[in-house]
Design a protein around this ligand. Structure first.
Ligand code: NAP
Length: 293
C-alpha cells in the first residue's frame, strides 16, 4: 500500500470497533482493485458524534460505514437517504459527494446476493427468521422487498418481533408476515429457509444455538449470519443432519464490496472481479477471524 497526499480515506464508525473485520476486508479489496485508498476504524463516543461527522466533511473523508449503535442516529446527519435505506430504516454506508452526505444500506442487498450466489431465490419462498434486532430488520425487510411469500419472525422478546412484523406487514401487502416467540418454533417447520439473525452462538458463547436444528425438515436451508466463529454450533449440527448450510461471511464480504461500488462508482470493475475478491477473502478470512478472537 503506497500512502501519499492523494490517498482517499474511508472508515468505519461505531462502538465498539476493536474486533471489526472491516479494515482488513476493505483494505484488501482496495489493494486488489489498485485503488489509492485506505480504510480505518474509529471508535466514536455518542457525545462526539456530531463533531466527528462534521469533521469528515472538513477533512474530505470520501465515505464511511456505520455500525452499532449508530445506524439509525446517522440518518439525522445526512443530506440525502437512498430509497432502500429509507425502507430499511437504517444506514450502514455513507458517501461524501463534495460535502454532501448520502446514506445507503447494503445489509439487505449483501444478504440477498449471498443467497443468489447459492442459487437460492427469494421470490415466493417461505422464510423463518430468528431474531428481531438490527440485522433481522434489514434482512426481513429486504426479503419482503424481493417478494418473499411468507416471513415468520421469532424472537426471545416477542414484543420486538411484533413491532418488526407489523412494520413489514404495513409496507408490503403481498408478503404474509407472522411473529411469535422463539419458544414456539415447532409451529413453523414448513419454512424453506431458516435464517439465524440472533447473536446466540456468536463468540464467546459458541456452545449455544438459537434453536435445535435437528427438528428441521431435511430440505430446509439453514443460514446463520454470525461470522465469529465461521461455523456456528447451529450450522455444525445442521450439517451433521445433512441440511444445506450457509455461513455469515459471504454476507459480510458482499456488503463490503457493495459499499466500495457505491463509494468509487466503479460497478463494472467491481462486478468483473467480484468472484476473485470473494474467493481470496473466503480462503483467508478464517485466519483473519481467528486473529481477532
Ligand atoms: P442486535 O440488534 O443486538 O439483536 C440481537 C438479537 O439476538 C435479538 O433479537 C436478541 O433477542 C437475540 N438474542 C441475543 N441473544 C440471544 C439468545 N441467547 N437466545 C436467543 N436470542 C438471542 O444484533 P444485530 O445487529 O441484529 O446482530 C445479530 C447477529 O448478526 C450478530 O451476531 C452479528 O454479528 C451478526 N451480523 C452479521 C452480519 C453479516 O454481515 N454476516 C451483519 C450484521 C449482523 P432479544 O430481542 O430477545 O434480546
Amino acid at each position: 500500500m503506497n500512502i501519499d497526499w492523494n490517498t482517499d480515506i474511508y472508515c468505519l464508525i461505531g462502538n465498539p470497533v476493536s474486533k471489526s473485520l472491516s479494515p482488513r476486508i476493505h483494505n484488501y479489496i482496495f489493494e486488489f482493485n489498485n485503488k489509492n485508498c485506505i480504510y480505518l476504524a474509529f471508535k466514536v463516543e455518542d457525545r462526539d458524534f456530531k463533531a466527528i461527522i462534521n469533521s469528515f466533511k472538513a477533512l474530505n473523508i470520501k465515505g464511511f460505514n456505520v455500525t452499532i449503535p449508530y445506524k439509525i442516529k446517522i440518518m439525522d446527519h445526512l443530506d440525502e437517504i437512498e430509497k432502500e435505506a429509507r425502507l430499511l430504516g437504517a444506514v450502514n454506508t455513507v458517501k461524501n459527494v463534495n460535502g454532501k452526505l448520502i446514506g445507503y444500506n447494503t445489509d439487505g442487498l449483501g444478504f440477498a446476493r449471498s443467497l443468489t450466489e447459492e442459487g437460492i431465490k427469494i421470490e415466493d419462498r417461505n422464510f423463518l427468521i430468528l431474531g428481531a434486532g438490527g440485522a433481522s430488520h434489514a434482512i426481513s425487510t429486504k426479503l419482503a422487498i424481493e417478494g418473499a411469500k411468507k416471513i415468520v419472525i421469532l424472537n426471545r422478546t416477542i414484543k420486538k418481533a411484533e413491532v418488526l412484523g407489523k412494520n413489514i406487514k404495513d409496507k408490503f401487502e403481498n408478503t404474509q408476515v407472522t411473529w411469535d416467540s422463539l419458544d414456539n418454533v415447532v409451529k413453523y417447520l414448513d419454512s424453506d429457509i431458516v435464517v439465524n439473525c440472533t447473536s446466540a452462538g456468536m463468540y464467546p458463547n459458541e456452545d449455544i444455538s438459537p434453536i435445535d436444528s435437528t427438528i428441521l425438515n431435511e430440505d430446509t436451508v439453514i443460514y446463520d449470519i454470525i461470522y465469529k466463529p465461521i461455523e456456528t454450533k447451529f450450522l455444525k449440527d445442521a450439517k451433521r443432519n445433512k441440511l444445506k448450510t450457509i455461513g455469515g461471511i459471504s454476507m459480510l464480504i458482499n456488503q463490503a464490496i457493495l459499499s466500495q461500488q457505491i463509494w468509487l462508482n466503479d460497478v463494472e470493475n467491481y462486478s468483473k472481479n467480484f468472484k476473485k475478491i470473494e474467493g481470496f477473502l473466503d480462503s483467508n478470512v478464517e485466519d483473519i477471524v481467528n486473529k481477532l478472537l
